[in-house]
Ligand binder design. Structure first.
Ligand SMILES: NC(=O)c1ccc[n+]([C@@H]2O[C@H](COP(=O)([O-])OP(=O)(O)OC[C@H]3O[C@@H](n4cnc5c(N)ncnc54)[C@H](OP(=O)(O)O)[C@@H]3O)[C@@H](O)[C@H]2O)c1
Length: 324
């Protein structure tokens, strides 16, 4: 199975139909264990690239910079230009320093250089604002971000997560248009069968601007793989066992009912629940490339196979509406 390449919104860039997420690279979980160590991170990157994966998603905050460092070491042995590397800026990079977080010019300028150093590259393909910063005027960060595109350190801009506030993207992109700045061309919202708030306002906005849509947590952090039961038992290495916020978010009757439909359709099409859940996202015409967050190579292989799963219109409706 080799991943196909798809256009990233209306940019001229092409990316693999799945992106590899690196949020858990070098990250300490609630139990104080590093979830994905360096060797495993490199195995995952190798496995992804071997299957045609080109689109790598990271952030300056992942593993306090370790994710970018490990990607940089891995890229140093490859042809960097063959990969589309996306990173993000927003979260604090120093404690007790109001200028070391958000999208103010000082923080953005300092962080873009740190990101490029850690990734051992002279340019980022895509830079996202990781969250919105209401304390900094949009004109300030849009102009600063435009400067990164003008000087070649960044190729495209993206916006992450601010899903209830589609108007903020509209405001920033209209400001960019009026001033001749680079606009946001890509959106990275949380989107999966359980987290669908983007469908009301955010998705129509993305469609109108022809933004590339790169959903995060496409498997609801693993809930949609079907590995959790209603009794809340969780495999000891799984996210639910080591990340309380995950369990708090997903363990409820309504979500288990959606999962029941996913499991039934998985039996019908001869796939796993994870593959059906990913296939549902891949069938959405507005979606460009879900970011899979596999922790092991086996998980990644299973997820890549989802690109070969076809769902009928009736099955997609059943998944969307929760009724057969
Ligand atoms: N922009 C943002 O604010 C933002 C926020 C979050 C994430 N992201 C990006 O999105 C990426 C993906 O997010 P995510 O990790 O939440 O995605 P996800 O794909 O929904 O969840 C990944 C987790 O599910 C489990 N899993 C995945 N495939 C599996 C399989 N086939 N079988 C069994 N378990 C499986 C693994 O957890 P366990 O094995 O540990 O249970 C894995 O760590 C991140 O790495 C990051 O790049 C962005």
């Amino acid at each position: 199975m080799v991943l196909e390449t798809v256009p990233l919104g209306q940019t001229g860039l092409s990316v693999s139909e799945l992106a590899l997420g690196t949020w858990r690279f070098g990250r300490e979980n609630d139990a104080g264990e590093v979830e994905i160590e360096e060797d495993r991170a490199h195995e995952l990157l190798d496995a992804f690239a071997d299957r045609g994966g080109t689109f790598i998603d990271t952030a300056n905050s992942y593993g306090d910079g370790r994710a970018e460092e490990w990607i940089g070491e891995w890229l140093a042995d490859r042809d960097r230009d063959e990969y589309v590397v996306a990173s993000k800026i927003y979260w604090p990079t120093r404690s007790n320093d109001p200028n070391a977080s958000g999208l103010n010019r000082k923080h953005l300028r300092g962080q873009i250089d740190c990101i490029l150093d850690r990734l051992e590259t002279s340019y980022l393909d895509l830079l996202y604002v990781h969250r919105w910063d209401d304390a900094t005027p949009a004109a300030e960060y849009m102009r600063t971000l435009n400067g990164f595109v003008e000087d070649g350190r960044v190729n495209y801009l993206g916006t992450s997560t601010e899903t209830p506030n589609a108007w903020k993207v509209v405001k920033a992109n209209e400001l960019a248009r009026q001033n001749g700045y680079e606009p946001f061309s890509v959106a990275q919202p949380r989107y999966n069968l359980l987290d669908r708030e983007i469908e009301a306002r955010y998705l129509p906005m993305c469609r109108d601007y022809s933004l590339g849509i790169v959903p995060w947590s496409p498997l609801a952090g693993g809930f949609l793989t079907g590995k959790y039961g209603r009794d809340e038992t969780a495999p000891s290495t799984s996210r639910a066992a080591t990340d309380q916020s995950f369990a708090d978010r997903y363990f409820c009757d309504e979500h288990f009912e959606v999962l029941d439909h996913v499991k039934m359709i998985a039996l019908e099409v001869g796939a796993t629940p994870a593959q059906v859940s990913l296939a549902w996202l891949l069938h959405q015409d507005a979606v460009t490339a879900p970011i899979v967050g596999a922790r092991t190579v086996d998980q990644l292989e299973e997820n890549v196979e989802a690109t070969a799963v076809t769902l009928t219109a009736a099955q997609r409706t059943e998944l969307r509406e929760g009724t057969a």
